[in-house]
Ligand binder design. Structure first.
Ligand SMILES: *[C@@H]1O[C@H](CO)[C@@H](O)[C@H](O)[C@H]1NC(C)=O
Ligand SMILES: *[C@@H]1O[C@H](CO)[C@@H](O)[C@H](O)[C@H]1NC(C)=O
Ligand SMILES: *[C@@H]1O[C@H](CO)[C@@H](O)[C@H](O)[C@H]1NC(C)=O
Length: 281
């Protein structure tokens, strides 16, 4: 029995690395300056991207986290990557607990249930880049002949990426696969919101939580916030587990906030230490 568990765990770890290491590398580069990403001169974070063409860079690292959109020529995919904000900032945004009752643009989210409520700050930040993300991805699919989309993000950028993923899943042609892989995601909204995420992007979505990072545990469930399904949790010693359903206590929901380590927010996630400062030139 114990042997079986070990075998299953190591198999799971292998497949998790294949699916999540590259997304973590894409996020790491989003912390570099827009000009160094545009010219692919951000050293290791840029070289690890391989054969990519940068289609758009944006954000200012103040109001709007930096982001870039790239074409990975060999995977023929369009990649959207959002940086987060520093740990102090994310916790201060989360202090502001204003939930907006279905603030969602009905063109971009026609199926949003009226009871779905979302953290106001997250929606407003998403809204500042949504139109340029939608138009650049749509144009990139056509002009590059790309046939799939990957959206990644960390921290506040993870929340933006989830909204991007849901928007693109809804707005792009149904035959375009859209994968959303995010790291250090805070709780975004209420239980109707969490179920709407599950219904919309389902298993094309993974959110990775690292060890004792407190950010995925705030705002607390006691205030009505809830995570969607599809969490992958990195435990101490780099044991990686994948949890079924929402708020599974085998993953970060089982952590005590008293033991939290804010340093875990930056990773490492599958070897890519996602810095909260630009340390990449
Ligand atoms: C781009 O796509 C190729 C082929 O799938 C893959 O090997 C490579 O790792 C991708 N680059 C990144 C940064 O994911
Ligand atoms: C909602 O999204 C549509 C489609 O992108 C856009 O044309 C419209 O201006 C947006 N509405 C608001 C209120 O932002
Ligand atoms: C976990 O993985 C990271 C990144 O590869 C590495 O730096 C660290 O030493 C590992 N920790 C353990 C306990 O294996």
């Amino acid at each position: 029995m114990i042997l079986l568990v070990c075998i299953l765990t190591s198999l799971a770890v292998l497949s998790v690395h294949a699916h999540l290491l590259k997304p973590a590398c894409y996020v790491r580069a989003a912390y570099c300056s827009s000009s160094s990403v545009q010219s692919l001169t951000c050293r290791e974070p840029c070289t690890s991207l391989g054969d990519v063409e940068i289609l758009l860079t944006g954000g200012d690292d103040v109001e709007t986290p930096r982001f870039y959109i790239a074409h990975n020529r060999s995977a023929n995919s369009i990649v959207v990557s959002h940086q987060g904000t520093n740990s102090h900032n994310i916790l201060s945004i989360l202090n502001d607990l204003e939930l907006l009752r279905n603030p969602l643009n009905s063109t971009l989210f026609p199926k949003a249930p009226t009871e779905a409520s979302l953290h106001a700050g997250f929606y407003e930040t998403f809204d500042r880049t949504a139109q340029s993300v939608l138009s650049t991805v749509s144009a990139g699919l056509k002009s590059k002949g790309a046939d799939n989309v990957l959206i990644v993000g960390h921290s506040l950028g993870a929340a933006i990426a989830v909204l991007d993923g849901m928007m693109l899943k809804t707005m792009l042609p149904a035959n375009v696969p859209v994968q959303t892989r995010v790291f250090g995601l805070p709780r975004m909204g209420n239980s109707e919101w969490a179920s709407f995420v599950d219904d919309t992007i389902s298993d094309a979505f993974t959110f990775v939580t690292n060890n004792q990072d407190p950010v995925p545990q705030v705002p607390p469930t006691i205030l009505g916030f809830k995570h969607p399904s599809h969490e992958v949790h990195i435990q101490s010693g780099n044991v990686t587990v994948s949890c079924n359903g929402q708020e599974n206590t085998h993953c970060s929901a089982g952590n005590s906030l008293l033991d939290s380590l804010i340093a875990d927010h930056r990773g490492p996630y599958f070897k890519a230490a996602i810095s909260l400062v630009c340390d990449c030139g």
